[in-house]
Design a protein around this ligand. Structure first.
Ligand SMILES: [Zn+2]
Length: 292
C-alpha cells in the first residue's frame, strides 16, 4: 500500500512538474505547448464572440452592428491587414472591443518556424507593435494561431521574449469551426467562410451558429469580420441569443484563461508562505486537453 502510494505521489509530482521548473518555479509559461482548447464557457450561458483576419473595409460594418446590439467582442488582428487599415484598427479599440494577435501574415506556423525563431518572433511582434499602443495598460494579450496550427516548440521561443511572453495562447474556439447537417438537411452547426463558399445566406448560416451555441449553452465563437456578409451574420446570430439571456464577454473577461497570465514582477514573499494562487494553477496549466 505504501509503495503504491509512493508511486502515485511520484506520478502526481511528475504530472505537476512544469517544463519550466528548472528556472523560476512559480512562473507560468503563457504561450502554451499545446493549443488552449478548453474555454470553460460552454454550459455557462456565456458567449465570447471572436472575429478573425481583420481589419478590412467590411470590419466597419461589423463594428456598427456590434455597437447597435451593445455587444463587446475580441478581434484577432492580422498584421498586414492592420497596416492597410490603421483607422479601423483604432476604431475597434476605441469602441471597447479587445484587440488580439493573429500573426503578421496569417502564416501557417509549422515546424519550419522553430528552425528560424526570428521568423516566428517577427510574426507575433508585428501585430503586437500595432495593437499594444491601442490597448489599455494591463489588458491581457491573446494569440490565435492561423489555421489552428501550433507546434510544441513555439512556446519556448516566444516565452523567451520579455514582451511576447505576456501573451496567452494559442486560443481555440468552441463554436463556428465547421458546418454539420442532419441527413434531411437540418443545419446543426456552421462556419462562416464555408457558408459563403456554399452560397448560403446569412440567415441560413446563422441557424448553424445559434443551434450550436444553444446545444453547448455558450462558448468561444469563431467568426470573421472581413466578408461582405460578416455584419449580416452578426445581426442574425446575436439578437435571439440576447433575448434568451446569453451574456456576451471579451476573452479577457473569461476567468478560465487567468491561469495562463504572466504573474506580475516577483513580490518579495516571506519564506514558507503558501501561495494559494499559483499552487493549484500549476497543476491545471498542463491539462491533457492542452497537450493535443
Ligand atoms: Zn484566420
Amino acid at each position: 500500500m505504501k509503495a503504491l502510494l509512493t508511486t502515485m505521489m511520484a506520478a502526481l509530482l511528475l504530472a505537476a512538474a512544469p517544463a519550466w521548473a528548472g528556472g523560476e518555479p512559480e512562473r507560468l509559461a503563457l504561450f502554451q505547448r499545446g493549443t488552449i482548447f478548453h474555454s470553460g464557457l460552454t454550459h455557462t450561458h456565456t458567449i465570447a464572440l471572436t472575429f478573425d483576419d481583420g481589419p478590412n473595409a467590411h470590419t466597419a460594418e461589423v463594428l456598427d452592428a456590434l455597437k447597435e446590439l451593445g455587444v463587446k467582442a475580441t478581434f484577432f488582428i492580422v498584421g498586414n491587414q492592420a497596416h492597410r487599415h490603421p483607422d479601423i484598427l483604432a476604431r475597434i479599440a476605441r469602441e471597447g472591443h479587445l484587440l488580439a494577435n493573429h500573426s503578421a501574415t496569417h502564416a501557417l506556423l509549422g515546424a519550419s518556424y522553430d528552425a528560424q525563431p526570428e521568423r516566428l518572433i517577427a510574426q507575433v511582434r508585428d501585430v503586437d507593435e500595432q495593437i499594444a499602443p491601442l490597448m489599455r495598460p494591463g489588458e491581457p494579450r491573446f494569440f490565435r494561431a492561423p489555421y489552428g496550427s501550433w507546434k510544441y516548440a513555439h512556446q519556448g521561443i516566444l516565452n523567451a521574449d520579455p514582451e511576447l511572453r505576456k501573451y496567452i495562447g494559442p486560443i481555440y474556439w468552441d463554436v463556428g469551426g465547421q458546418i454539420s447537417m442532419t441527413r434531411d438537411g437540418y443545419v446543426m452547426s456552421a462556419a462562416d467562410w464555408t457558408c459563403w463558399r456554399k452560397g448560403w445566406s446569412p440567415h441560413t448560416c446563422a441557424k448553424g451558429y445559434t443551434r450550436e451555441i444553444r446545444r453547448k449553452d455558450g462558448g468561444v465563437v469563431l467568426m470573421h469580420c472581413i466578408q461582405v456578409n460578416s455584419a449580416a451574420l452578426v445581426r442574425e446570430v446575436v439578437p435571439p441569443l440576447l433575448e434568451e439571456g446569453y451574456r456576451f464577454i471579451r476573452l479577457d473577461q473569461n476567468p478560465e484563461y487567468r491561469q495562463y497570465e504572466t504573474p506580475p514582477a516577483k513580490p518579495a514573499k516571506p519564506r514558507g508562505e503558501a501561495d494559494a494562487r499559483t499552487a493549484p494553477l500549476r497543476l491545471t496549466a498542463l491539462r491533457p486537453e492542452d497537450m493535443r
